[in-house]
Design a protein around this ligand. Sequence first.
Ligand SMILES: CC(C)(COP(=O)(O)OP(=O)(O)OC[C@H]1O[C@@H](n2cnc3c(N)ncnc32)[C@H](O)[C@@H]1OP(=O)(O)O)[C@@H](O)C(=O)NCCC(=O)NCCS
Length: 159
Amino acid sequence: MEFLHITVREMEEKDLPAVLEVENLCFKKPWEKKDFLYEMHENAYSNPWVIELGNNDESIVSVVGFCIYWQTFDSATICQIAVHPTLQRKQLGSVMMDEIITDCYAKKVQTLTLEVRKSNLKAINFYKKHGFNEVVVKPHYYEDGEDAIYMMRKVDLTF
Ligand SMILES: CC(C)(COP(=O)(O)OP(=O)(O)OC[C@H]1O[C@@H](n2cnc3c(N)ncnc32)[C@H](O)[C@@H]1OP(=O)(O)O)[C@@H](O)C(=O)NCCC(=O)NCCS
């Protein structure tokens, strides 16, 4: 099956089974349904989006990843970004990242930040590819004691 349409759009409740599948496959401490509902309906600073693949006549459409970023005034933080493991390294994460950066730029956000596990080398590479720099290590940031790397980039459209 060839997928021809890639769409990034706002997360809706109907997406949650697919979102939770990706979440459970990708993260050590996965969020629950209630956490995503909070981001969609209660957190005014949150932008929860999904990435969807569709075939030519849109008869098959699948949600295969998602991202959430929080915007507060002129700064924003990427809270989650994930692609289904079977579809990673096909530039889908990059499509979401480009959408985030474009949206931040339109909203006059100056800096985009995030935390990532020190051991998560593929994500660190992914963020570096998208112009993020390592700023500082946050020791024992995660519940299991792992350090986080705090990363940042300026929001412009040069990457
Ligand atoms: C991080 C993640 C979202 C990246 O999405 P993706 O669609 O697989 O990434 P892309 O295909 O857009 O990759 C873009 C670039 O990132 C880097 N990258 C991505 N995956 C990589 C890997 N496994 N190893 C090394 N570099 C990698 C490469 O520079 C790549 O460019 P290239 O393919 O031209 O070499 C995805 O790996 C993922 O869902 N991981 C699990 C969840 C997670 O850890 N999220 C981040 C939490 S902080």
